[in-house]
Design a protein around this ligand. Structure first.
Ligand code: NI
Length: 167
């Protein structure tokens, strides 16, 4: 397994739309393993393939405190949404920025797991937020895009400054 480099906002590759996975083969299983390793190492609670510059509909999530409940979502679709919540979100592609975003409180999602088996899942609270956030990445959307223009401008400047420093 290997850790993968994570694209940083405002990298234009974060705005590419991911395509559905046609076949869950050894390549996809390796991608899932590498994404999980990258997420745990970061550390983060979710990572979309878009963030590692692979434009396929693959997401890994683990919101457990024990960090041993890996959830893999391939070709996910939200089938139900209910309620509203506004919690602070962060993103491995936008380090050190936390801002509230309006999301559904509860969702139902259907997807394939890493073995290619179809499943559906009900999620609420943090897990529901995380799934919606990661699915946005697959659509080429970053949570910063929901914020005001002023906040986005500030975040963009902060990120570019950070990147210049570490370059
Ligand atoms: Ni993110």
């Amino acid at each position: 397994m290997a850790r993968l480099p994570i694209l940083r906002y405002p990298d234009s590759r974060l705005y590419k739309k991911a395509s559905p996975v046609k076949e869950i083969d050894a390549h996809i299983r390796m991608l899932v393993a590498n994404m999980a390793e990258t997420m745990y190492a970061a550390p983060g609670i979710g990572l979309a393939a878009t963030q590692v510059d692979i434009h396929k509909q693959v997401i890994v999530i683990d919101v457990s405190e024990t960090r041993d409940q890996l959830l893999v979502l391939i070709n996910p679709e939200i089938t139900e949404r209910e309620g509203i919540q506004n919690i602070d979100e962060g993103c491995l592609s936008v380090p050190d920025v936390y801002e509230p975003v309006e999301r559904a409180q509860r969702i139902a999602v259907s997807a394939l797991d890493a073995q290619g088996k179809a499943f559906s899942l009900g999620a609420e609270d943090l897990l529901a937020v995380c799934i919606q956030h990661e699915m946005d990445h697959l659509e080429g959307k970053v949570f910063v895009d929901y914020l005001s223009r002023l906040k986005r401008t500030r975040i963009r400047a902060k990120m570019l400054k950070q990147q210049k420093k570490s370059a």
